[in-house]
Design a protein around this ligand. Structure first.
Ligand code: DQQ
Length: 455
């Protein structure tokens, strides 16, 4: 799988679609896979929702898009290729069999006169009696943009203007809009806590713009990265029955194409992340509390001094499926953090640490694996602590997946491929001074596949 597509809460269930190649663990012949869940945690596969139609507008693939409720009719809006055009498909309440609109494509080309870098991944919403569609695009040498269309019926669309462009606002903030991505993929646009948010995926990461939406244009007032790992991409959100804005992302692989084929699978969906606005209109992300249902055996530690000499691993606490919530006071240490997926001799280990001088949260994979065929770079994100603020890490380990949430505002999603079976240990470390572990809760997580739900 790759991109999440059209997540939608429908008749009491969470539906998730995703870019899927049924022919193997490699990208190609894009279909829409489909899964359903009553609780965001336990999922059941449903039949493939969309497949390319030979000779049709999507003959070369059903690319990313969204799902909307069109007055009671679930409707998928997606990009057919090639060329990139926008298509519709509908179903009934059961959401099993999808029928493509006979008049596809509903938008057959970008606005005339525009030489776009791409024209795909529609995001559709309704305001009063009008539908709006943002389409991911860009202009070579200028920057990415989202093209805005409107329609009364989802079928006849009129181009308006860009919803948001890389060029102006980013130049004002000193960023080179071309370097920031000449093609904005997978736009996702929604209101949040009194502002509007646009997410786009470009240059390997998901960026957000938070701002004011008026005259059908988004004027960004803040921007940032939804995740700093560089392995979280093409994120899409949904609104659930509780009014929460929930974000899903595709977690990419960090191993060779051959290893992916050998494994028989590639790509994985992130945990659901609940979005809110943080201070200064930044995006705050937290794991959905529903995930707590998988918590098994619990361990707790508190008030431990961590010194540069502390090197032992916690006894009796290990695993490759752990939830860890730790609060650390860096005191006078230069950096402080956790070692995870660690062998007792320390030969394999992954560190997640706060570097006080550079004010960076760092996930280091230099020793994550003895394999030479996997990603090993350091992934980092800026975490500027306020005076007296401690480092609060919320970490999920799940096989090769690591998802880190720091202080509610910085996420790093990564992949590590331990080669030793005993890379399961957990420890703390500090360098350049002493730090304090204020508290740490660890839960061994139960796999959903062995859990109670069978429907
Ligand atoms: N993946 C899809 C495209 C999208 C890209 C194709 C982003 O629609 O732009 O699989 O990962």
């Amino acid at each position: 799988m790759n991109d999440p597509n059209g997540p939608i809460f429908w008749k009491g269930q969470y539906h998730m679609f995703y870019q899927h190649n049924p022919n193997g663990a490699f990208w190609g012949t894009m279909h829409w896979g489909h899964a359903v869940s009553p609780d965001l945690v336990h999922w059941k596969h449903l039949p493939i929702a969309l497949a390319p139609t030979p000779g049709g507008a999507d003959k070369d693939g059903c690319f990313s898009g969204c799902a909307v409720d069109n007055h009671g009719v679930p409707t998928l809006v997606y990009t057919g290729v090639s060329p990139e055009v926008q298509c519709l498909a509908t179903t009934d309440d059961a959401m099993i069999t999808w029928r493509k609109f006979a008049g596809n494509p509903v938008i057959g080309a970008p606005p005339s006169g525009m030489e776009t870098t791409g024209f795909r991944d529609p995001c559709v919403w309704r305001a009063q009696d009008t539908w709006y569609m943002g389409i991911g695009s860009g202009l070579k040498g200028v920057g990415g943009l989202v093209l805005l269309y409107r329609s009364k019926d989802l079928i006849h669309w009129e181009y308006m203007h860009p919803l948001c462009e890389g060029r102006k606002d980013d130049q004002a903030q000193g960023e080179d809009p071309v370097a920031m991505g000449e093609m904005w993929e997978c736009p996702d646009f929604f209101p949040l806590d009194g502002k509007h948010v646009l997410l786009i995926s470009t240059q390997g990461s998901v960026r957000y713009f938070v701002g004011t939406y008026s005259d059908h244009r988004l004027r960004p007032e803040a921007q940032g990265s939804a995740d700093f790992g560089g392995q979280y991409y093409a994120a899409r959100s949904m609104l659930d029955e509780k009014g929460r804005r929930i974000l899903w992302g595709w977690i990419k692989e960090g191993r060779s194409a051959a290893a992916q084929r050998d494994a028989g699978w590639a790509g994985v969906m992130s945990l659901p992340r609940v979005l809110t606005l943080g201070v200064d209109n930044t995006l705050a992300l937290a794991p959905a509390p529903e995930v707590e249902v998988l918590r098994g055996k619990h361990h707790r530690f508190a008030n431990l001094l961590v010194t540069p000499a502390s090197s032992s691993l916690f006894k009796g606490v290990n695993g490759d499926s752990l939830e860890i919530a730790a609060e650390l006071d860096p005191m006078d240490a230069q950096d402080v953090g956790l070692k995870v997926r660690c062998t007792s001799d320390g030969i394999e280990q992954t560190t997640i640490a706060y570097d006080c001088a550079s004010k960076l949260l760092k996930l280091s994979r230099g020793h994550s694996s003895l394999s030479t065929d996997v990603d090993r770079g350091i992934q980092d994100g800026p975490l500027d602590l306020m005076p007296s603020e401690t480092v609060k890490l919320h970490i999920f380990l799940d096989g090769s997946v690591v998802e880190v949430f720091a202080n509610g505002r910085v996420c790093i999603t990564s992949r590590i491929y331990s080669s030793r079976e005993d890379s399961l240990g957990l420890g703390l470390f500090a360098r350049g001074g002493n730090a304090k572990l204020k508290s740490m809760d660890i839960w061994e997580m139960r796999p959903i596949s062995k859990d109670r739900l069978t429907t």
